[in-house]
Design a binder for this molecule. Structure first.
Ligand code: SAH
Length: 333
């Protein structure tokens, strides 16, 4: 308890006074309003010469910080605060944040801050490097909370279980998955290349259970979660997982192929052509550059396929300054 200036008002007048004080932003919200049999006491800010003002013992509120910056105020320097990127990716109950090297000694504090502001977050991780290798993994390190990198993410009505250090997953692709799912028609036979833990397939089947998807993934770690996610969402009738290299795929006749491997999709076109027919649709992901982000990827396709019909093209994500991940939807002719 601490002594603070309070406005003393009869109980019958209290609500009217509260509104008046609220309108003038005079209530000191760091302290609790109190009362006795006859009076209500509102803690007030600054000095006021009103007659009803008295000094009274009041209880401090457990003020919950509203933001990361709010929590860190006074604990890190102004310069450090400026370096802090306060946005993070939320994957299941794990927050993933970039920690600039100058702030490494404060990372424990930053982890605690995120979990205090967002109590549903159980683990905070920092990114350790860019996306790497054939399996496209972007490693993280736990800096706060439960010591794990496995979580279950919810998106577009499906559950996606994954391990950040064993599989690729990007929660920012959520809209793109919905866009593709909306284009799928009943009963289609779909080739899902580079399936990872399976997010495109799960979102498509959620919307359209009559499809038949073959999901191909090379990384055994991602394949493990792909199988688990099919069971978790009860989609075994619609999704068949294959662990292997897309290059070796043979004997299929897909109506639609999804190719979410933007940096090297073009080197897998042979496999697309072998396993599709005239009229099949391909969602081709690639990285394009300013000023026309679509020109490069369409050129790649022309070199590999020759003739095709562009059905749609869209920017999917920012990739690097002046570069974007794009998707070109084409129909084979
Ligand atoms: N579609 C998933 C994963 C995309 S990342 C998602 O959107 O989250 C690309 C995936 O392709 C990685 O999981 C990587 O392991 C896999 N991959 C890379 N080369 C492959 C190949 N030749 N055949 C099959 N899968 C491959």
């Amino acid at each position: 308890m601490v002594k603070k200036k309070c406005i003393k008002v009869r109980k019958s007048e209290a609500e009217k006074m509260r509104r008046k004080l609220e309108a003038k932003n005079l209530i000191n919200k760091d302290y609790c309003v109190s009362s006795d049999d006859e009076y209500v006491y509102f803690p007030v800010k600054g000095s006021t010469d009103r007659t009803e003002v008295i000094e009274r013992e009041v209880r401090e509120k457990n003020r919950k910080p509203k933001s990361l910056k709010d929590f860190l105020e006074g604990k890190v320097s102004e310069e450090e605060m400026e370096n802090l990127v306060t946005s993070f990716d939320l994957i299941g109950d794990i927050a993933v944040i970039e920690i600039p090297s100058e702030l490494e000694d404060k990372e424990g504090l930053i982890g605690k801050a995120i979990m205090t502001v967002h109590p549903s977050i159980k683990t905070v991780c920092k990114r350790k490097s860019q996306t790497m290798g054939e399996y496209r993994i972007r490693p993280v390190e736990v800096i706060g909370g439960e010591n794990r990198t496995e979580t279950t993410h919810s998106e577009n009505g499906v559950k996606i279980k994954l391990d950040l250090n064993k599989t690729y997953f990007n929660s920012r692709m959520c809209n793109e998955r919905k866009i593709v799912a909306d284009k799928v028609e009943e009963g289609e036979n779909i080739g899902y290349f580079f399936a990872g833990v399976g997010p495109f397939a799960l979102v498509i089947v959620k919307e359209n259970p009559s499809v038949n998807i073959t999901a191909v993934e090379l990384n055994p770690g991602a394949y493990h979660y792909l199988k688990e996610n099919i069971l978790l969402n009860k989609f075994s009738r619609s999704i068949k997982p294959i662990q292997g290299d897309v290059r070796e795929l043979e004997g299929f006749d897909f109506d639609r192929v999804i190719m979410p491997l933007p940096l090297s999709s073009d080197s897998f076109i042979d496999s697309v052509m072998r396993n599709t027919h005239e009229g099949s649709v391909v969602h081709y992901y690639s990285v394009g550059e300013q000023p026309d982000y679509f020109e490069g990827p369409i050129q790649e396709l022309k070199e590999k396929i020759g003739e095709f019909r562009v059905l749609d093209k869209r920017k999917v994500l920012s990739y690097a300054p002046g570069k974007k991940e794009v998707c070109i939807d084409i129909e084979l002719v």
